[in-house]
Design a protein around this ligand. Structure first.
Ligand code: MG
Length: 350
């Protein structure tokens, strides 16, 4: 059965039903939820469920295993451009990809609040299945827990991911050098703005969509071109936070040219109205790269050849001065220090 047919059938079968405590109790109802909804949607076909997935990974060659985990608590569960399901897969896949790993397998831990409509759950799991297929990873194990009504907020998801870093791939903050070009993969702020608008607390209308997307293919194209020293996905905390991680971790300075940073006009207007700084606004499908200067043009061209990197830009460089700090050359020509974010600009953004 194809995905769309399965999804339609599940929605019909479970219409009007809600999660109750029995769905997390380890008994018959939980079993039914897993066997009728979760394993078919995630295509976990095969024998009886066991305590751990055992995976025949074949011959991956010399290298290292990469492992990461992330929890997703975004509110609302669905927003323009995606859902908590897309985030839960893409966020973890992207953490693996920017580590130089080929993402392989994910886990899916669900913490559901009693009363969650099962149709909502089906939609989110279908989003996860779709995102996993797009990213070329498999969801191979999971867990379901139910908390009493009022003790959660619908649905929280944790995903862990494993991937394989081939021996010849060595990227990380330890490789950043003075002179490296800083390349940003695309416009800033769409995810943060989309979530705020979706919450409906602001009298604002906008077409801004979350940028939630997998970066695996983009990273592959960059690594194939060569000269990439460090990568990090720009998520919660925004470009300001990732730039500070680069500066602090390398002990070098980052000089960023504000005028070169792509910001969609709607996001610009949104930040102006609300007094938000786009440098700290969340993204879910962008990365920052430090690239050897002689390779920067080729890496930029490889990025721009893909839709997820079409608006990639060189936004600055790594310098010997300003050790451990990020300096922004503003559009007016003055300089300002871009500090680390203090506190939380927007809670439950991912
Ligand atoms: Mg990350």
């Amino acid at each position: 059965m194809d995905m769309a047919t399965l999804w339609e059938q599940l929605k019909r079968d479970w219409a009007g039903k809600a999660i109750h405590l029995g769905h997390g109790a380890g008994g018959k109802q939980m079993d039914e939820l897993i066997r009728r909804i979760i394993t078919p949607l995630f295509d976990m076909t095969g024998g009886p469920l066991e305590d751990a997935a055992r995976l025949d990974v074949g011959d991956l060659g010399p290298g290292r295993l990469a492992m990461t985990t992330d929890s997703y608590v975004v509110s609302p569960l669905r927003f323009p451009g995606g859902s908590i399901g897309h985030l839960a897969v893409n966020g973890t896949v992207n953490d693996l990809a920017v580590s130089g790993a080929q993402p392989l397998y994910l886990s899916c831990g669900l913490i559901m609040e009693e009363g969650l409509p099962i149709e909502t759950l089906i939609d989110v799991l279908a989003d996860m299945a779709e995102a996993a297929r797009t990213a070329g990873v498999r969801i191979v194990t999971g867990d379901t827990k139910v908390v009493e009504r009022g003790h959660g907020d619908g649905l929280f998801i944790n995903t862990a991911g494993v991937g394989w870093v081939p021996q010849d791939v060595d990227i990380g903050i330890h490789r950043i050098r003075a002179g490296d070009k800083l390349i940003l993969s695309g416009p800033l702020g769409e995810h943060g703005a989309a979530i705020l608008i979706a919450r409906g607390e602001l009298a604002l209308e906008s077409d801004i969509q979350s940028d939630c997307q997998p970066l695996k293919r983009l990273v592959e194209a960059m690594l194939e071109t060569g000269g990439v020293h460090a990568l990090r996905d720009v998520t919660r905390g925004g470009l300001g936070s990732v730039a500070n991680e680069f500066a602090e971790g390398s002990g070098l300075g980052l000089m960023i040219d504000e005028a070169t940073i792509p910001v969609p006009p709607e996001v610009h207007g949104f930040c102006d109205v609300l007094g938000l700084d786009v440098f700290y606004l969340a993204n879910e499908g962008k990365l920052l790269a430090a690239v050897a200067p002689e390779a920067a043009d080729a890496v930029l061209a490889a990025m721009r050849a893909l839709p997820e990197g079409a608006q990639a830009a060189v936004i600055g460089e790594v310098v010997e001065d300003h050790a451990g700090r990020v300096v922004v050359r503003t559009e007016f020509g003055s300089h300002r220090i871009l500090d680390k974010l203090v506190g939380e600009q927007l809670p439950r953004i991912c």
